[in-house]
Design a protein around this ligand. Sequence first.
Ligand SMILES: Cc1cc2nc3c(=O)[nH]c(=O)nc-3n(C[C@H](O)[C@H](O)[C@H](O)COP(=O)(O)O)c2cc1C
Length: 205
Amino acid sequence: MTPMVPYIPENAPFTPAQRAWLNGFLAGLFSTQPVRSSATVPETSPDRPAVTILFGSQTGTAEGLAREAGRRLNEQGFSATVTGMEAYDPSRLAQERFLLIITSTYGDGDMPDNAQTFWDFLSSDRAPALGHVQFSVLALGDSSYPHFCAAGKAFDARLEALGARRLYPRVDCDVDVEAPFEQWFRGVLQALQTASATQPLRQAA
Ligand SMILES: Cc1cc2nc3c(=O)[nH]c(=O)nc-3n(C[C@H](O)[C@H](O)[C@H](O)COP(=O)(O)O)c2cc1C
């Protein structure tokens, strides 16, 4: 049986960033597989537009923020799925409409380990055109490194090059994630609400 993953409630005495980190930590601690996706996904329907959130994370911060974003989007009437990049099947890109990327940077401007395979695919010739996708990137990093937020910047540029449209501009977090996450999330939510109210909800099959 899959163990229940404990969750830090919103009224617990933590900042959103602390809560996000703790929830990511707990998800990792209680998961039965290596960093992977979970998310209780509400049924997708025309009233609940699907949003895919992919995270690249080495030590859990980006994962925690991804789960926090997913939880809030579901509360706001979307059907958000939170998935570690290592567990994402890239053939699903053909069906995506709203794609959010939350990733840290590791090594010397490198992808986190769990993002490498997906990045190898996306940056290759095998990557599909993504004209049907609207996306936004939250990049985590530390400006004391020479390649600040390089992984997030690379995803942002590559998605644009593949034809995807930016739902909201990339936000870079410099060590402190709380305020930039809040700014990014508010902007993304507003853009999602506008986009899903004014455009057809599903791509033709
Ligand atoms: C060994 C190591 C290497 C890092 N390399 C970079 C880097 O090249 N560029 C950058 O902007 N941040 C770098 N960072 C900072 C992380 O991206 C940042 O701490 C991030 O919030 C971690 O998120 P995560 O827990 O989701 O992996 C590095 C951190 C560590 C510990």
